[in-house]
Design a protein around this ligand. Structure first.
Ligand code: PGA
Length: 260
C-alpha cells in the first residue's frame, strides 16, 4: 500500500547565508526544481532569522512553491526575552515549519525536554508545524540506549499535544553522531529507529496519529544516500544541513526519485 504521507525535504541552513546569499540560493533552487518535484515532494528552507523576510518576499513574488521554515523560536508570546523571537512573529511572515529541539540547540544552548515541549505547543498555537528533533549521542548508542533516548524525547516533546495535532506534525530523527560528520546511519538502522519513533507515537496517541505523522531522517544526508534512506517505509523525508547550503546539491536530494 503506498504511504499516505507526503515526503518533506527540509534544508536547515544553521548559521549560514546572509540575506543576499539566501536569495541567490533560493533562486537557484527554484531554477532546478520542477512542477513534478513540487507535486511529489514538500520542500522547505530554514534560513537564519535575518533572511526570513527577504525569502518570504521572493517566494511570494515569484510564486515559488517552497515552504518557508525557521530554525527556532521562543515559547512565550512577548516579554522581556532579549534576543528571542516569538512564534506569532514567524507566523506573520508566512513561516510554515519551525524546528524545535535541534540537538545543537539542546547541546549548545541548553534546551531541555521541557523547553522543547513548550516550544512545540507554542508553534502549534501559532498555527505553524513543528519539526521536533530527537536523537542519541554516540555514547548512548554504544550503550544500547538509542530506543529509550529517542522514545523518551518523543513522549516529552509531545506531552500535552492533542492527537489530531500530532498527526499533522513532523518528527526528525537525527542521530547526533551523524550530524555534520559525514557519517550517516545505515538505511536499515535509520529505519529501525524511525519505526521506534512511530511506535512511540502509536502508543501515546493512537494508530491514526502514528500513521499520519511524518518522520524525517537527518544527519549527513547527501544526494548519494538520499534514495536509500527515502526508500525506507518509516522515513518520510529528510532534514538536511550541510548539503542544503548548495542549491544544486539540495535539488538533487529533493529529486532522489530520479536516482543520483
Ligand atoms: P547535516 O545536518 O546534514 O549537516 O548532518 C543535519 C541537521 O543538523 O539537521
Amino acid at each position: 500500500m503506498p504511504s499516505p504521507r507526503r515526503p518533506l525535504i527540509s534544508g536547515n541552513w544553521k548559521m549560514h547565508h546572509n540575506h543576499f546569499e539566501a536569495i541567490q540560493t533560493v533562486q537557484k533552487l527554484s531554477y532546478r526544481l520542477t512542477n513534478d518535484d513540487y507535486e511529489a515532494v514538500d520542500v522547505s528552507v530554514h534560513p537564519p532569522f535575518t533572511d526570513i523576510r527577504s525569502i518570504q518576499t521572493l517566494l511570494q513574488s515569484e510564486n515559488i512553491p517552497i515552504a518557508l521554515g525557521a530554525q527556532h523560536c521562543h515559547f512565550e508570546e512577548k516579554g522581556a526575552f532579549t534576543g528571542e523571537v516569538a512564534p506569532s512573529m514567524l507566523a506573520k511572515l508566512d513561516v510554515t515549519y519551525v524546528i524545535a529541539g535541534h540537538s545543537e540547540r539542546r547541546e549548545v544552548f541548553g534546551e531541555d525536554d521541557e523547553m522543547v515541549n513548550k516550544k512545540v505547543r507554542a508553534i502549534l498555537k501559532a498555527e505553524m508545524t513543528p519539526i521536533l528533533c530527537v536523537g542519541e549521542t554516540l555514547d548512548e548508542r554504544d550503550a544500547g540506549g538509542t530506543d529509550d533516548k529517542v522514545s523518551g524525547q518523543v513522549r516529552a516533546g509531545l506531552a500535552g499535544v492533542k492527537k489530531e495535532q500530532v498527526a499533522g506534525l513532523v518528527i526528525a530523527y537525527e542521530p547526533i553522531w551523524a550530524i555534520g560528520t559525514g557519517r550517516t546511519a545505515t538505511p536499515d538502522d535509520a529505519q529501525t529507529t524511525c519505526a521506534v519513533v512511530r511506535a512511540t507515537v502509536a502508543d501515546a496517541f493512537g494508530a491514526d496519529a502514528a500513521a499520519a505523522v511524518r518522520i524525517q531522517y537527518g544527519g549527513s544526508v547527501k544526494p548519494g544516500n538520499a534514495g536509500d534512506l527515502m526508500a525506507q517505509p518509516d522515513i518520510d523525508g529528510a532534514l538536511v544541513g550541510g548539503a542544503s547550503l548548495d542549491a544544486d546539491e539540495f535539488a538533487r536530494i529533493v529529486q532522489w526519485r530520479m536516482g543520483d
